[in-house]
Design a protein around this ligand. Structure first.
Ligand code: FAD
Length: 341
């Protein structure tokens, strides 16, 4: 277990709404750490529609999902938020008044005065391929993400999939693997053409294998794989396999949010509309994860919710201080925080 990280606020979810919350909290001198299960920031904007134009961000007639994420990152830079990506929040526990403990699946522990749940439609989780008994090998020799490349050095690796993740990891891991086999159900790839060309060149040079087919069965013991059976058009082959890496995309699941003792309604968190606080004082919910009369699942709603929420969080973080409302246009103190005064 790592050392406990102490901060004012932990934001669960680094989607657009979690990112903008850093700005609103930062203006009020409230420090935040953000945690997201994805290995990148931006939530749905970055994962589901990075290249699509969004037309209803106030004051910005057109911006892509990727562009909005970049702009938000630029906007929150003055507040130096800490990101913990590739980690899922498993537990949120109340320790006392304005005191919470947050624990991730990588055993990172945070203690904070308030928790902001900006978990959108839930956590993005990898799609499991339909291979009988695969669960027994998960996290031991079947991996849906690569956390430490070196753990895969000198191994027989089998990567499954035809998109960018499968191709990128094929190119990254091929130099360190004992032998790498890429398995895809057809000889056409959705990934970037440049990656496809590089992969085909490695196959032509005899430096890796490409099998057109599907993983039909796994062989191993105690969670450790030894071989995979690849069913092709004509025959089924058995190949050595120490680790299997399926990249079949992501799906959104509510995940552990429902276990944190917060009142839920149809997989959403009901909140008040003055501060977007949940049934547990000190835990707030903003963005797609919350519900209240008239709620619209729009990015602009989440931005508004973050602004009001920050005002209430201020009183938890600085109970003895009075909050003075200020504009960024006219307040030198806010402009100093933004580094523009
Ligand atoms: P999300 O973007 O869902 O981010 C939540 C993050 O929380 C995710 O990254 C998730 O991995 C993380 N998370 C969840 N649980 C955990 C956990 N336990 N531990 C760690 N991390 C966790 N909205 C508009 O306003 N205009 C549009 O034009 C528009 N177009 C859209 C087009 C498409 C195709 C889609 C799918 C949505 C569109 N939306 C649009 C909706 C918009 O994307 C959402 O309203 C917005 O992303 C919500 O932001 P959020 O930060 O609340 O949640």
């Amino acid at each position: 277990m790592s050392e406990t990280i102490k901060t004012d606020v932990v934001i669960i979810g680094a989607g657009p709404v979690g990112l903008f919350a850093v700005f609103e909290l930062g203006l009020l001198d409230i420090k935040a750490h953000l945690i997201d299960i994805l290995d990148k920031v931006g939530g749905q904007c970055a994962e589901l529609y990075p290249e699509k134009p969004i037309y209803d961000i106030p004051g910005i007639p057109l911006i892509t999902g990727h562009g909005l994420t970049d702009a938000l990152m630029e906007q929150i830079k003055p507040f130096n938020p800490n990101f913990h990506l590739g980690e899922m929040v498993l537990k949120v526990e109340k320790l006392g008044d304005a005191q919470f403990r947050v624990t991730t699946d990588r055993d990172k522990v945070f203690e904070c005065k308030c928790v902001v749940v900006a978990a959108g439609g839930g956590s993005f989780q990898p799609k499991r391929p339909p291979i009988a008994g695969i669960e027994a090998y998960e996290d031991k020799s079947v991996h849906y993400a690569v956390r430490k490349m070196d753990a895969l050095r000198d191994k027989h690796l089998v990567i499954v999939g035809g998109g960018d993740s499968a191709l990128d990891w094929t190119l990254n891991l091929q130099p360190i693997a004992k032998r790498l086999t890429l398995v895809h159900r057809r000889d056409e790839f959705r990934g970037a053409p440049d990656s496809v060309n590089k992969m085909r060149a490695l196959v032509a040079a005899g430096d890796m294998d490409l099998r057109i087919g599907q993983v039909a069965a796994l062989e191993g013991d105690n969670g450790q794989l030894v071989a995979a059976q690849i069913k092709g058009k004509e025959a089924t082959d058995r190949i050595a396999c120490d680790a299997l890496l399926p990249f079949f995309g992501l799906t959104m699941k509510l995940g552990p949010v429902a276990d944190w003792g917060i009142k839920m309604e149809d997989e959403l968190i009901p909140v008040d509309t003055a501060a977007f606080e949940t049934s547990v004082p000190g835990i707030f919910a903003i963005g797609d994860i919350n519900t209240y009369p008239g709620k619209l699942k729009l990015i602009l709603s989440g931005f508004h919710e973050g602004a009001l929420m920050a005002q209430k969080i201020y009183h938890y973080v600085y109970p003895e201080k009075r909050l003075v409302f200020q504009y960024t246009t006219s307040s030198t103190s806010l402009q100093k925080k933004l580094g523009v005064a």
